[in-house]
Every structure is written in structure tokens, then in C-alpha cells.
Design a protein. Structure first.
Length: 275
């Protein structure tokens, strides 16, 4: 599958529980910082790629697996001189078996997105991924049931691997700016609190202008825009779970309801409504 097909498939809402793309190409495209409305898993096969996720830069090795949670700010940095092969899963946040998405919450809690497999697990997944791909393409009896069962098996493996991993991430597997890393953690864990530039600069002993420049360099976002985006994503998640709209706005850090509705419509293209 080439990248143009992947890009076309990316438009619109993800209706299925999951989608799988197997891409092998060379691209000199420079990606912008972005996020998705669904979870994403990248299984890296070959190439030379650095993946930036929420202030961390992961230099990938063959068979590495990255978990990119819904709403996580990210972008790949790709060497176009080498073919880049990868499997990409898009996964809905509201799976019928919600425990399969536990790994994404743990990735957020740990602020760490990488799974580096041992040789035994590499062999298991090497066979499983083509099986899922084949079952999705085939039209024989039961292929839809089979593809869902194989996907569930894949997700069980991923959760088991990630959940039993050390709670202290291997710092050799990524690079980051420690100050920005701490700032990101604080923002994401305190969305309902005061996150003004002055407050953050005082808390982290930053010159606020130095802090703003460094944050933009590491994440591609201004601090203000990052906070607004994360608050809106959190509010939408609360609304989807049944929280009244005004209460969701307050719990996400918006003090002005009118400003919240205006920002929500700008980001999501619709006003917030109870589902």
C-alpha cells in the first residue's frame, strides 16, 4: 500500500473497530505536528525513522512498536534515502472490549510509548501481522470474524508486553528535553488547574520567554495552543462518557463557557452536545 492510499483513508471518522495499513515506501515529505481522534500503533519493520511523541524522540529499531494514544501530539522524521516499511493500526477508543485499550492509558500514565520486543515475541508478531492483513483482504467465509479474533490476539500480546514492562523506561531508547518533559507531564495531569504562563514559569523556575521558545521547539505548539487543545480533547472525552457539557467544560479548565463553545467548534467543527 502506498502513502497516497493511507492519506485518502485517513479522511472521515473511523467507523470500524480498527484499520490496518502495511506501507513500504520512500517519502521526503516533512510531517507537521498533529494528533488523531483514535489510537494508533506503529510496528516498525525497516528504515531510518525518529518518531516524536509528546516531547520524546524515539530512534526506531526493527520490530519496535509505538503506542500513540488518541490526542497525543506527534510526528515522524523520516530519512527518504532508505525504504520505510511499517504496519499501522488505527484503533477506536470505544472498542467493544475496552480492556484492549488499557495499554494506551498506561502509555499516557508513564509518558512512554515504546515497546522493544525480545526475539521470541518478534517471531510471534512477524507471523500474526500478515495473517491479520490477509484476513482483512480476503472474502472467504468467516474472514471478518477471523480478522477481529486475530486483532484481539495482537492487542492481548501488546497489553501483556507493555503492562509487564519495567515502570522505569529505558532512557537510552529516547531523547528529550527534561524540562519540557516535566512541563508536559504537569500540564496533562492538571488540565483543570491554573496553567497560565506566569504560573508555569514560576513553578518550573523558567524565564517565561525561554520556556515558551523551548516548548515550541520541542512540541511544535505554543504552550497556550497545546493547553487549549488538550483541554478540548479532555472535555470531548467527558461529554462522550455522559458528563453534562457545562460540567465537562469546567472540569477541563474552561472558566468561560462561551469561550469554550467557540474553541470547541473551531477545533472539532461542531458545537459540544450530549450524545
Amino acid at each position: 500500500m502506498d502513502y497516497s492510499q493511507y492519506s485518502l483513508a485517513k479522511t472521515g471518522y473511523l467507523k470500524e473497530d480498527f484499520r490496518l495499513f502495511h506501507i513500504n515506501d520512500r517519502t521526503d515529505r516533512e510531517f507537521e505536528w498533529h494528533y488523531h481522534d483514535f489510537h494508533k500503533i506503529i510496528v516498525f519493520v525497516s528504515g531510518k525513522v525518529t518518531y516524536h511523541i509528546e516531547g520524546k524522540a524515539y530512534q526506531l529499531k526493527p520490530q519496535d512498536i509505538l503506542l500513540v494514544s488518541q490526542g497525543a501530539i506527534h510526528k515522524p522524521e523520516i530519512d527518504p534515502s532508505i525504504p520505510y516499511e511499517r504496519y499501522i493500526f488505527w484503533i477506536r477508543d470505544d472498542l467493544s472490549s475496552p480492556e484492549l485499550n488499557t495499554c494506551f492509558q498506561k502509555a499516557n500514565d508513564r509518558s512512554f510509548n515504546l515497546i522493544r520486543l525480545d526475539s521470541v515475541l518478534q517471531e510471534k508478531l512477524k507471523d500474526l501481522l500478515p495473517e491479520i492483513e490477509h484476513s482483512l483482504r480476503d472474502t472467504q467465509f468467516g474472514d471478518s470474524i477471523l480478522s477481529k479474533a486475530l486483532f484481539a490476539q495482537f492487542m492481548v500480546y501488546i497489553n501483556r508486553i507493555f503492562l509487564k514492562s519495567s515502570s522505569a523506561p529505558d532512557q537510552k531508547s529516547y531523547s528529550s528535553d527534561s524540562q519540557v518533559e516535566q512541563l508536559l507531564k504537569y500540564i496533562n495531569r492538571n488540565l483543570s488547574e491554573n496553567l497560565s504562563i506566569d504560573h508555569l514559569a514560576e513553578k518550573f523556575f523558567f524565564s517565561k520567554y525561554h520556556m515558551m521558545r523551548k516548548f515550541k521547539k520541542e512540541t511544535g505548539y505554543t504552550i497556550h495552543n497545546y493547553i487549549i487543545s488538550k483541554r478540548l480533547l479532555h472535555a470531548r472525552s467527558l461529554i462522550t462518557q455522559g458528563t453534562p457539557v457545562m460540567k465537562a467544560a469546567m472540569q477541563s479548565g474552561f472558566q468561560d463557557y462561551t469561550a469554550f463553545v467557540r474553541a470547541y467548534k473551531k477545533q472539532f467543527g461542531t458545537v459540544p452536545t450530549q450524545r
